[in-house]
Design a binder for this molecule. Structure first.
Ligand code: CP
Length: 315
């Protein structure tokens, strides 16, 4: 297996802001190698735990799948039956897993930048992969999104990518607008204009969905939170109204360029961001994104195993 970029070695993988263009490409290439059969052999038994203090289906299960494929032993954690209910902090929970012998953890928490305190704590030595922090960063999602785009087009330079939906609360939008710009893509935004703030204007212009669908190489939709589509009277939207004004309808999909693709980090509100029948249409890469998530997370964990000199052989 020949990797064309230098393999990455990271103590922790917590934010896309820490990664250079070379690092991102290296993660993608290593993930592609895992997708085509790369394996590693460990020097000793290595233990991982997935500490998800916020709900998740994809990120949690694909970290676990990635860890098992790498030969790591996975230690279970169920927050609802843990000592969190007795008031134990997230930090003490992480230190507990470290004390019982866990080497690497994937963490999701609702607090933005929760990982900064852990990394700064001299008593925390476990490797931390960020599985999403509040409205901050979602590096494993961002890397799997980049892998999916790279697989499709073979490059990023000059690609037009629209990020459409609930920008304000989206860690996916924040992670992706920065990395796409760094990689040479042109970023655009869509969805309700009230969610397009100065923070996003620095990275790209807002355009109506009817214009975006005709010009973009990638239409990346974001989940609209239920509370935002529940109550018209509070300035939110009904599901039908949101779909008609900002969603991907069959008519809009029919005007997308032939080579363009549809992405969504999921979970998808079928019939809101994207018409139900388009979630699995020819242009959709939504389930391929999930598939790629396993290999990207293998690459993330491998970078931390490499950093700790725990890999005997890569082949
Ligand atoms: N895309 C994503 O982060 O999904 P989950 O919340 O199910 O992990």
């Amino acid at each position: 297996m020949m990797q064309i970029t230098k393999p990455v070695s990271f103590e922790n993988v917590v934010s896309m802001e820490d990664l250079s263009t070379e690092d991102v490409l290296s993660f993608i290439h290593e993930a592609q190698d895992f997708k085509t059969g790369k394996q590693i052999e460990l020097k000793r038994p290595v233990y991982a735990a997935n500490l998800f203090f916020e709900s998740s289906t994809r990120t949690h299960t694909s970290f676990e799948m990635a860890e098992r494929k790498l030969g790591l032993q996975v230690v279970n954690f169920d927050p609802s039956n843990s000592s969190l209910s007795k008031g134990e902090s997230m930090s003490d929970t992480v230190k507990t897993f470290q004390a019982i012998g866990v080497d690497l953890v994937a963490i999701r928490d609702k607090k933005n930048e929760y990982y900064k305190d852990l990394i700064a704590d001299p008593n925390v030595h476990v490797g931390i992969a960020n599985g999403g922090d509040g409205s901050g960063q979602h590096p494993s999602q961002s890397l799997l999104d980049m892998m999916t785009i790279y697989e499709e087009f073979g490059h990023f330079e000059g690609l037009k990518v629209a990020i459409v939906g609930d920008l304000t609360h989206s860690r996916v939008a924040r992670s992706n607008m920065e990395v796409l710009t760094m990689l040479g893509a042109h970023v655009y935004f869509g969805g309700p204009k009230k969610w397009y703030t100065e923070e996003f204007a620095k990275y790209g212009e807002w355009m109506p969905i009817d214009d975006l669908v005709e010009e973009m190489d990638v239409m990346m939709f974001l989940r609209v939170q239920h509370e935002r589509i529940a109550d018209d009277e509070n300035g939110s939207f009904s599901a039908e109204k949101y779909h008609a004004q900002y969603g991907l309808t069959a008519e809009r999909e029919s005007r997308m360029p032939q080579r363009s693709i549809i992405m969504h980090p999921a979970p998808v509100n079928r019939g809101v961001e994207i018409a139900d029948e388009l979630v699995e249409c020819d242009k959709s890469r939504i389930f391929e994104q999930m598939h790629n998530g396993v290999f990207v997370r293998m690459a993330i964990m491998t970078s931390m195993l490499r950093n700790r000199d725990l890999i005997k052989e890569e082949y």
